[in-house]
Design a protein around this ligand. Structure first.
Ligand SMILES: Nc1ncnc2c1ncn2[C@@H]1O[C@H](COP(=O)(O)OP(=O)(O)OP(=O)(O)O)[C@@H](O)[C@H]1O
Ligand SMILES: [Mg+2]
Ligand SMILES: [Zn+2]
Length: 509
């Protein structure tokens, strides 16, 4: 006896339709799963066997073969437990209903409960694209499933509940609008109004957020670098629906979607510790999971204490930061995850942290700041458009009762500047100044004659490189956008040049 049930598979972020076929034949009892299953899929045999027994059905005493088609793509994870079980119950005649147009995904417990799995959002999107009418998903995955329109999604808790539904005994309620919950504010991410003083660093971060520029903050311990960084997502422009979907997909396949959330409308903030392995940053494992850089997709990747990161960690970030995607090669296949991030890094100016401090002496040997900075990979430093110093705050500033500007107000200006960029860069595939290519930079960064002189003078006095030249232009483009000026003037240039601390400072000596 033979039966076929539809399911959905995942390969990295790619999803595809899977036909789960069950065949029963005479001969000694055995239970095989074919079609490139991984270990978790093979183990599904034991879960399915127990779940069938414990839900009051009989496991066939014959030779059972399950085929997962197409057979040339590796099948991973426990998602096929549910379709395998349905296919078996159909093949044995214990379930006699038509399941055409239905897809099933879910992990079984031995007792017949249906457990949450990773990657349900991209799978439901795939099912909808494949014109599947109904999909049965684990109850705990119902929120992310609610993002997808044009398909009926049935959240199921147990095998018994599912079979009662299929047999028309007791219907399960499909997910509705009410199951759809957006995550609007970044979880636990605070507001800029908490930061007293520090007007220059705040302004630089506003410019960075407006143009999507990568930033490095340098300052002594306790000056508020980490505090400032955590507040950057709160001033980044609102996410588009497609951006939200991309980011949520990554969290869905990683099993990191916050509880009770359907769609992430808040930009992520990831702050991996400097002891993280290169694989932790880029994504790793035999079936690679997205790393920190992809979990920060469309948000902020914060590298606190930058020089403490290992060389190999820094090296692995170079290409992905540039390309906005990361490719991980494995023997069986190559996986690709998006990672369009705003890179924010922080560091002390020297190992003791006090170099350049107005009152505290630096206890490091001569040349220590330059050596400390040289721990940071050059090409990675090159990807940081804006470098700023964050000086220690003084008591008066800290104890001041002035109301500081809140993130929502800063964000309004950022949104307006970003809108100008999106209009200007329409149909180029990029949406912010930081991502402009050399030719787009030339095209869109028109500067006044005076500005051009100022740029030349700063260039000569600072000894900037050709690379820095384009960066200064792009950052001044953003500064002009914040003022709604189409032509870049000398003030914009002067401000942008200020954000090249590393080209200017003692680090060179
Ligand atoms: N401008 C400020 N306004 C209000 N509080 C501040 C300010 N700057 C620092 N603080 C306080 O000091 C604490 C330490 O700041 P933070 O951890 O951000 O410093 P840091 O520059 O990251 O230091 P480190 O180099 O040691 O990591 C903050 O949690 C905050 O309570
Ligand atoms: Mg810190
Ligand atoms: Zn020092």
């Amino acid at each position: 006896m033979f039966s076929r049930v539809t399911s959905i598979g995942l390969f990295g972020l790619e999803s595809y339709r899977v036909d789960v076929e069950a065949d029963l034949s005479g001969g000694l009892p055995r239970f095989d799963v074919v079609g490139l299953p991984d270990a978790a899929v093979s183990e599904s045999r034991e879960r399915v066997r127990a779940a069938i027994h414990n839900s009051g059905f009989d496991f066939p005493v014959s030779r059972v073969t399950i085929n997962l088609a197409p057979a040339d793509i590796k099948k991973e994870g426990p998602v096929y437990d549910l379709p395998i079980m349905i296919a078996l119950l159909k093949a044995t005649g214990q379930l006699r209903v038509n399941t055409d147009g239905c897809a099933f995904i879910g992990e079984l417990s031995l007792s017949g409960e249906i457990h949450k799995i990773n990657g349900v959002l991209p799978m439901v999107i795939r099912a909808q694209k494949e014109s599947i009418e109904k999909i049965f998903v684990p109850y705990d995955n119902r929120r992310e499933s609610a993002v997808v329109k044009g398909i009926e999604v049935y959240p199921v808790k147990t095998v018994k509940e599912l079979l009662d539904h299929l047999n028309g005994i007791k219907e399960i309620e499909p997910v509705t609008e009410e199951d759809y919950i957006e995550m609007l504010t970044p979880l636990g991410l605070p507001d800029f109004s908490d930061v007293k003083g520090q007007y220059q660093p705040k302004r630089a971060l506003e410019v960075a957020a407006a143009g999507g520029h990568n930033v490095l903050m340098i300052g002594p311990p306790g000056s508020g670098k980490s505090m400032l960084a955590k507040r950057i997502p709160s001033i980044l422009p609102d996410m588009t629906f497609d951006e939200s979907l991309e980011t949520t997909n990554i969290y869905s396949i990683s099993g990191k979607l916050p509880d009770g959330i359907s769609l992430m409308k808040a930009r992520p903030f990831r702050s991996p510790h400097h002891t993280i392995s290169p694989a932790g940053l880029s994504g790793g494992g035999t079936v690679p999971r997205p790393g920190e850089i992809s979990l920060a997709h469309n948000g902020v990747l914060f590298l606190d204490e930058l020089p403490e990161f290992s060389r190999s960690s820094m090296e692995i970030l170079r290409q992905p930061i540039e390309d906005g995607k990361i490719t991980i090669a494995r023997v069986a296949a190559t996986y690709s995850y998006p990672c369009s991030v705003m890179l924010v890094a922080a560091m002390n100016p020297c190992p003791c942290g006090n170099f350049g401090h107005p009152t505290k002496p630096c206890t490091c040997p001569k040349g220590a700041p330059a050596r400390y900075l040289s721990k940071v990979s050059g090409p990675l430093l090159d990807r940081l458009d804006i470098h700023i110093e964050v000086p220690a705050v003084n008591y008066d500033e800290l104890s001041s009762t002035v109301n500081e500007e809140c993130s929502a107000d800063i964000k309004k200006r950022v949104n307006a500047a970003r809108k100008l960029q999106q209009q200007r860069l329409e149909n180029t595939g990029i949406s912010c100044n930081a991502k402009m290519t050399a030719s787009l930079t030339r095209k869109h960064c028109q500067i006044t004659e005076e500005a051009s002189k100022v740029l030349k003078a700063s260039f000569e006095s600072l000894g900037l490189s050709a690379r820095a030249y384009d960066k200064v232009l792009r950052v001044s483009r953003t500064i002009a956008d914040l003022e709604n000026d189409e032509i870049i003037n000398s003030e914009h240039i002067l401000e942008a040049v200020q954000y090249r601390s590393l080209d200017r400072k003692f680090w060179k000596t």
